[in-house]
Design a protein around this ligand. Structure first.
Ligand SMILES: [Zn+2]
Length: 263
């Protein structure tokens, strides 16, 4: 939720107060936890845009809603990735309208802060393709269905990096099958990516402990925004990536000052 608009609306005591006396001007609020929560005024993720699209199988499930921050993150990251690659990101489920349980498919995805992204893949000839569906991959990143598809590890790293550094929303988790998480991090190290970024990636790229291995997609979760937190958004699990994101601008300023002084 955007602070400025919230304050403006609160000052006017405008109508539009929807649930639980929460004042809302149409920007979203993520309520509760990813496993037990809902969304006030969620935003519908478009079915396609610059650098992304979804497929009928997920459109039909109608799990297309998220917070403004999550939808902003997805559209901005897709746009930036789309400038580098013509193959678009295939965006699967977010949350249902209003959030809440969708147990047929997900334990979490309830509060508008979760989204599944289909892996970047190459076909059996090594050509980059837009995945037509989710496939299960083994620890070497090879499809288990005999199609010859492989996970595009270098491109998955670029996506992870883009998500972890995006200004639109702070990412808490990039849930993914552990052997693939390790391959992606090894690739980042081989590319001489900055240590701090690799450390961030190691903490975010994880197979979740609840037994869902994520062998066929990457599940992205963002932290509660500051304002949503004041209204009842609850983060669950480690907060260190958020804390780091919050102190980074201050560290950057100190660094600049020190550099100026030493000139
Ligand atoms: Zn998921």
């Amino acid at each position: 939720m955007r602070l400025a608009s919230l304050v403006a609306i609160a000052a006017l005591a405008a109508p539009g107060c929807a649930e639980l006396g929460v004042v809302s001007d149409g920007t979203s609020i993520s309520m509760g936890r990813p496993h037990r929560g809902w969304i006030v005024d969620g935003v519908r993720m478009p079915d396609k845009g610059e650098g992304f699209f979804t497929r009928e199988v997920w459109r039909a499930r109608a799990q297309r809603y998220g917070t403004d921050e999550l939808v902003d993150l997805l559209t901005a990251v897709s746009r930036r990735m789309g400038k580098r690659f013509k193959e678009r990101i295939v965006i699967a489920d977010l949350s249902g309208k209003g959030g809440g349980p969708a147990r047929a498919w997900h334990a979490s995805h309830q509060s508008g802060r979760d989204v599944d992204l289909v892996y970047y893949v190459r076909d059996k000839n090594g050509k980059s393709v837009e995945p037509d569906r989710m496939r299960m991959f083994d620890k070497d990143g090879k499809a288990k269905d005999g199609s010859g598809y492989t996970v595009d590890v270098p491109r998955m790293w670029l996506l992870a990096k883009e998500l972890l550094t995006a200004p639109e929303a702070p990412v808490q988790w990039l849930f993914i099958y552990q052997p693939l998480a390790e391959r992606i991090v090894e690739h980042a190290i081989a590319q001489n990516e900055p240590e701090a970024l690799v450390a961030k990636a190691k903490r975010a790229l994880k197979q979740p402990g609840n037994g869902a291995p994520h062998m066929d997609h990457m599940h992205v979760r963002v932290y509660c925004s500051k304002v949503d937190k004041a209204y009842g958004c609850l983060d669950h699990g480690p907060m260190d990536l958020l804390v780091e994101r919050e102190v980074e601008p201050a560290l950057e300023r100190v660094g600049r000052r020190l550099r100026r002084r030493s000139l």
